[in-house]
Design a protein around this ligand. Structure first.
Ligand code: APR
Length: 232
């Protein structure tokens, strides 16, 4: 089976009703990124940050995967599909994708404040218990924090993502402004012979020639691309 590798961003989940970050009216317009998505912001006001992610987490209960997520799930019948997502929601999994790498963490999980990447202290929350409070402790006795990669923190999964991208036969980018590194840099590791498709309703600047642009939303874009991939 051919290997499809898909890099997704916030636009993948836009049609499910989750705000993107950098579109106008997006999350970073409503909440200062330094306050809610940096280690400094967390240490300055942990309650505010826990509340922000508690709200995002509860939003998961009200949204569903869109057609774009579902088509990516269905493609597993024909291809070996790996999703590398910058999204912290669980809509790829719920849309039927079985191989998902979350570069920026997962809303459904919590970890230790002192050692965020120590797997012994990473815990999946049950949907009926999505609220993290001050005083809830990780296994090492430090405050439980969202399992989210904040600005200024290392991205531990980038190495495994690079290895997967290097072996892609087909590379698809969906719904990311390609502003945030190292995720955006993954495109550099796609071998030159590999076709690259980019689905986004807006123009996205990428530093590679020959990218096939599908200027559509995620669902319509994936509908068109699925047809094309299955014809080949
Ligand atoms: N379908 C596909 N793409 C869409 C749609 C849609 N329906 N609606 C909007 N988009 C596109 C926008 O045009 C934009 O290019 O989604 C992209 C969203 O870009 P950003 O808001 O910058 O999100 P993303 O690229 O995922 O951000 C990367 O930055 O804020 C951090 O950690 C956060 O993971 C996030 C990272």
């Amino acid at each position: 089976m051919k290997k499809i590798v898909v890099l997704t961003g916030a636009g993948m989940s836009a049609e499910s009703g989750i705000d993107t970050f950098r579109d106008s009216g997006g999350l970073w317009d409503k909440y200062p990124v330094e306050q809610v998505a940096t280690p400094e912001g967390y240490h300055a006001n942990p309650q505010l940050v826990l509340d922000f992610y508690n709200t995002r987490r509860k939003e998961l209960l009200t949204v569903s995967p869109n057609e774009g997520h579902k088509i990516l799930g269905e493609l597993e019948k024909h291809f070996k599909v790996t999703i590398i997502t910058q999204n912290v929601d669980d809509l790829h999994e719920r849309g039927g994708s079985s191989d998902v790498i979350h570069l920026h963490g997962e809303l459904t999980k919590v970890c230790s404040t002192d050692s965020p990447n120590d797997s012994r202290f990473i815990k999946e929350l049950e949907p009926d218990n999505y609220e993290v409070k001050m005083g809830d402790l990780a296994g090492d006795g430090s405050q439980l924090r969202p399992y989210i990669v904040w600005f200024g923190e290392p991205v531990p999964k980038i190495e495994v993502a690079i290895d997967i991208v290097r072996k892609a036969d087909i590379f698809i980018i969906i719904g990311t402004s390609m502003n945030v590194y190292p995720a955006a840099g993954l495109l550099h590791y796609v071998p030159q012979s590999v076709p690259v498709y980019l689905i986004d309703p807006k123009q996205v600047n990428v530093s590679r020639a020959g990218v096939h642009i599908i200027q559509k939303g995620a669902s319509e874009g994936m509908r068109l691309l699925k047809k094309k991939l299955l014809q080949e």
